[in-house]
Design a protein around this ligand. Structure first.
Ligand code: SF4
Ligand code: SF4
Length: 393
């Protein structure tokens, strides 16, 4: 494992961080045994940074339990996030923080985020609650060691936020396919220029850059003559940049963990050749031409009060664009339960209430895109076809 020094704290952080948003699941529940084995193995392989959040279901509780049971708390840095949307009083800040420490079975948080702080209006609202004094107090008590924010807004807002408070770190979405999206490369450089460590989320676009690459992009990798996996290409591109401190990966299988740690063992700044950079640029273009909706499957927009399975609709649409109507349609029917009148989570159930759009960190125009899904994947024979299918099954 390679480590990079966080310039603000002096901590040596593993360049591969463990993203705890999606732990392995069995029968709809977190698979504790599998998750524990993964976390223990990650630490054995040198990972020392674990990233969770209040809103990631039972993630904080599970992580806390596993670290405590295996006496790992003092061997790793724990990062978690304050859910800004439910912070309406200073007292609530305290309540949430104590609840998080309780869930994580820890007295202090090493890296504490303002979660999805993406515009100045939200920061000003928090300042109105006294968040700056609250942070100072928690840092004085050594309950919060480093404070920062995760970001999904515009490049302009990112720089404004960087300068709004003496942050210790920041976290941005960044990958080789969308280099100028949200904070982007300019944001990475702006943060590094201010002496901040930068943590990277969505390096594999919710797994799309690992195991759901379109053939056209895979062909670019193959032509290069290099035998890296798609995930290794994506991670190496990030670690090639010295401004990047930690790259988060949500790893559900031991094979993913071992592959990513093996890649991280050899990853140093400025390691990519010009030919490799060119290959990545070509692969990015091929990816963009196939995947039309940049949904990462994060589920932040869910549940839809009208029952639409938004990420499943978008994933199927993307497959239809990449691999043809029948491949996308097959996925649509299965993943949305289109042929099951009890569970029809299809695009045409959308009533355009707009509740989901505010929650999407990718700023996808969900209503408009669902119309496109409906148009493409619910042809004129769809209703009759699904009714017949339901009777047959
Ligand atoms: S806009 Fe459509 S998909 Fe979004 S929450 Fe409303 S009904 Fe559901
Ligand atoms: S539509 Fe947006 S919020 Fe919903 S799963 Fe996709 S990226 Fe996440």
């Amino acid at each position: 494992m390679q480590y990079r020094i966080d310039p603000k704290s002096g901590n040596a952080l593993s360049i591969l961080g463990f993203g705890c948003m999606r732990f392995p699941r069995t029968l709809g529940k977190t698979d504790m045994a599998k998750t524990e084995a993964l976390i223990v193995k990650a630490v054995e392989n040198g990972v020392n940074y674990f990233d969770t959040a209040y809103v990631y279901g039972d993630s904080e509780v599970v992580l806390g339990r596993i670290l405590e049971k295996n006496s790992l708390r003092d061997k790793v840095y724990v990062a978690t996030k304050l859910p800004l949307g439910i912070c309406h009083t200073r007292q609530k800040l305290d309540e949430l923080f104590e609840e998080q420490c309780g869930r994580l079975q820890t007295k202090h948080i090493d890296y504490y985020f303002m979660h999805n702080l993406s515009d100045m209006a939200t920061w000003r609202r928090l300042c109105g609650l006294g968040v700056e004094h609250w942070i100072e107090e928690k840092k004085r008590e050594k309950r919060i060691r480093q404070v920062g924010f995760s970001f999904h807004g515009t490049a302009t807002d990112f720089v404004a936020l960087l300068d709004a408070y003496p942050w210790d770190f920041c976290q941005i979405q960044y990958n080789y396919v969308y280099t100028d999206f949200q904070a982007g490369k300019a944001g990475l450089r702006a943060a590094a220029a201010r002496g901040l460590p930068v943590f990277i989320m969505e390096p594999l676009l919710g797994g799309q850059l690992a195991n759901r690459m379109p053939d056209g992009a895979l062909a670019r990798f193959k032509e290069s003559g290099l035998c890296y996996s798609p995930a290794a290409w994506a991670l190496r591109w990030l670690w090639n940049q010295e401004e990047v401190t930690v790259v988060l990966s949500g790893m559900n299988e031991e094979s993913q963990l071992l592959e990513n740690t093996a890649t991280a063992h050899q990853a140093v700044p400025n390691m990519l050749s010009a030919a490799e950079e060119h290959t990545l640029g070509e692969a990015a273009l091929a990816f963009q031409s196939f995947y039309k909706i940049p949904c990462t499957g994060c589920d932040y927009c869910m549940p839809c009060p009208h029952g639409v399975n938004i990420p499943a609709c978008f994933a199927s649409y993307n497959v239809a664009c990449a691999a043809g109507f029948f491949a996308g349609f097959q996925q649509y029917v299965v993943s949305t339960g289109a042929s099951n009148s009890q569970r029809k989570n299809i695009a045409s159930r959308c009533v355009a209430c707009g509740a989901c759009e505010k929650k999407c960190p990718q700023h996808i125009l969900i209503v408009e895109k669902l119309r496109a899904v409906k148009k493409r994947l619910e042809p004129f024979w769809f209703k009759t076809g699904m009714a017949i299918l339901e009777k047959l099954l």
